[in-house]
Design a protein around this ligand. Structure first.
Ligand code: PLP
Length: 383
């Protein structure tokens, strides 16, 4: 039985073209780019080309890109940089639905004495923009709001928020890990100061990410050591990862239209058919502004984990939006922030598609899921 993989917001398959591009950098071009000899020296121009490929996807200049190990490192670097360059400012604004890469960091910083404002969202997962604007003060060091939510796909008006911050001289960072490669991004025309992205969400391998830092933004490195990345991120470069990220960004640019037509159509068909065939099912998050690949659906009165286990028996790999990774049965912080009722939040499933999904994949889910939900409801003490 072939698998149907619809958990692309968790991680993606490495594109064959990406794998082919990075492969020579393991056993042939394995030199350290800082070395003087030919094996090392030949790597430098390749890194330069990869940096340009990444910059090109998001409308940045190559020297505005800093390679990191992942989205989490990019997020941490951005926040720590803003706090370090202006130590007198002790206030951070973020949202209640951030990924733990920002959310847990904010919790830790709060214990260290920083004041954190977490902007709430409404039942559709949309930010309270008035509250956001009111929360900006002369003491605010950084505003960090994700571009698109990983659980629901809901897109936030980051350009608008960045402009608000720019007017007040506040640094704005966005965690765009779920947006890059799915939405058109042109930083040349925006007020965004810093942006995080992650390779493994766009068909590059795990262990490579990037942080965009707008030219002129005050910056302080998080990783201290060697002179790599012009002193902005020490540590010998992950050369195969960087080459892979460059290639993945090039492909993502080429596939952007496909993401927003073919993938979106697949997602829409999957979603509308599941809602039509399964009673008491509801989409979480506004359908007006969403990434094209994500659908988060609650099935009343059953547990998401049970659905996932049964889907897995049919070779279908999705994800539960309801429980956190610790295995607790508490609904996720995103569902709680949206005020999704307990009986619905527990039964939420996230389907996240990619360009590698097909109509046949959607057919399989539409065929297998309705009877699974029916069976679980028959067994459920809540029904
Ligand atoms: N931010 C968001 C919105 C994410 O979805 C993720 C991963 O799921 C991350 C940050 C962390 O990225 P990484 O796994 O590359 O550290």
């Amino acid at each position: 039985m072939t698998s149907v993989y619809v958990d692309n917001n968790a991680t993606t398959k490495v594109a064959p073209e990406v794998f082919a591009a990075m492969e020579p950098f393991f056993c042939e071009m394995y030199g350290n780019p800082s070395s003087m000899h030919s094996i090392g020296g030949s790597v430098g121009p390749k890194l330069k080309a990869a940096r340009a490929q990444v910059a090109n996807l998001i409308g940045a200049q190559p020297d505005e890109i800093i390679f990191t190990s992942c989205g989490t490192e990019s997020d941490s670097t951005a926040i720590h940089a803003a706090l370090a360059v202006d130590p007198a400012k002790r206030h951070i604004v973020t949202s209640r639905v951030e990924h733990p890469a920002i959310g847990s960091l904010a919790g830790t910083l709060s214990k260290q004495g920083y004041r954190i404002t977490e902007i709430p969202v409404d039942g559709d997962g949309c930010l309270d923009m008035n509250l956001l604007e009111e929360s900006l003060t002369p003491d605010t060091a950084i505003v960090s709001i994700m571009w698109a939510n990983n659980e629901t796909g809901v897109i936030f008006p980051v350009e608008k928020i960045a402009a608000m911050c720019r007017q007040r001289g506040i640094t704005f960072h966005t965690d765009a890990v779920q947006a890059v490669g799915k939405l058109p991004i042109n930083l040349a025309l925006s007020s965004i100061d810093m942006l995080s992205l992650s390779g493994h969400k766009l068909h590059a391998p795990k262990g490579i990410g990037a942080l965009y830092v707008r030219k002129g933004t005050k910056f302080s490195p998080f990783m201290i050591g060697g002179h790599q990345e012009k002193g902005r991120r020490a540590g010998t470069e992950n050369v195969p990862g960087i080459i892979a990220l460059g290639k993945a960004c090039e492909l993502a640019g080429e596939n952007l239209t496909k993401e927003n037509t073919v993938v979106k159509k697949l997602r829409d068909r999957l979603e509308s058919e599941l809602i039509r065939l399964i009673p008491d099912a509801k989409v979480n998050g506004t359908i007006k502004t969403r990434t094209p690949n994500t659908s988060n659906i609650s099935f009343a009165n059953i547990e998401g984990e049970s659905i996932l286990l049964m889907l897995n028996e049919f070779g279908i790999c999705a994800s539960s939006g309801s429980a956190c990774t610790s295995g607790s049965l508490e609904p996720s912080h995103v569902m709680r922030a949206m005020g999704v009722p307990f009986t619905m939040a527990h039964g939420s499933i996230r389907f996240s598609l990619s360009i590698y999904n097909s109509e046949a994949d959607v057919d399989r889910i539409i065929k297998e899921l309705p009877p699974i939900v029916k069976r679980l409801r028959e067994l459920s003490p809540f029904s």
